[in-house]
Ligand binder design. Structure first.
Ligand SMILES: [Zn+2]
Ligand SMILES: [Zn+2]
Ligand SMILES: [Zn+2]
Ligand SMILES: [Zn+2]
Length: 165
């Protein structure tokens, strides 16, 4: 899997392209190839202010991380779909969103779903913090009372909801 199968660049139209893929987290189903992204391409839909998620192909991932004992999921670096900050791990993104964007109700595309090989590439959610917590909560967090306590302190209302569904 060295190409982005079934994906075409929304700027130059190249299909099944190789190399890094940049997916807009605001525009629905909007992808850029590396050349267009690096060139700062915009369209009437997409502006440079939109956060984008960089997505690797499976073979690129193996190239970059080959030999290291990390899973694909944990090697990914995620972009915050609200403010565009980059370089989060899954759990860092979760903490960031819980602290910075807990009350945000803008519809965004989940960067974690988009980046995972078998995820939904265009998972739109109005409540991204809740989506992260419910769909992408790392199992180990549940066993760590200090993290649980911290979340409880930050957003007691939300946490209550999660625990009683
Ligand atoms: Zn392109
Ligand atoms: Zn966009
Ligand atoms: Zn953010
Ligand atoms: Zn997701």
């Amino acid at each position: 899997m060295s190409r982005h199968e079934g994906v075409s660049c929304d700027v130059c139209g190249k299909g099944n392209f190789r190399g890094k893929r940049y997916k807009c987290l605001v525009c629905y189903d909007y992808d850029l190839c590396a050349a267009c992204y690096d060139g700062g391409a915009t369209t009437n839909r997409h502006s440079l202010e939109h956060p984008v998620q960089c997505i690797l192909t499976r073979s690129e991932y193996e190239l970059y991380y080959g030999g290291e004992a990390v899973s694909f999921e944990h090697a990914m670096s995620y972009t915050c779909p609200y403010c565009g900050s980059m370089g989060f791990s899954e759990s860092q993104l979760q903490d960031h969103v819980n602290v910075e964007h807990a009350d945000s109700s803008i519809e965004v595309i989940c960067p974690v779903c988009a980046a995972l090989p078998h995820g939904d590439p265009n998972h739109l959610t109005e409540d991204f913090p809740a989506h992260l917590a419910l769909e992408h909560r790392a199992g180990r967090d549940l066993d760590d009372p200090s993290i649980r306590h911290m979340r409880h302190m930050l957003h007691p209302g939300r946490w209550y909801v999660y625990m009683h569904i």
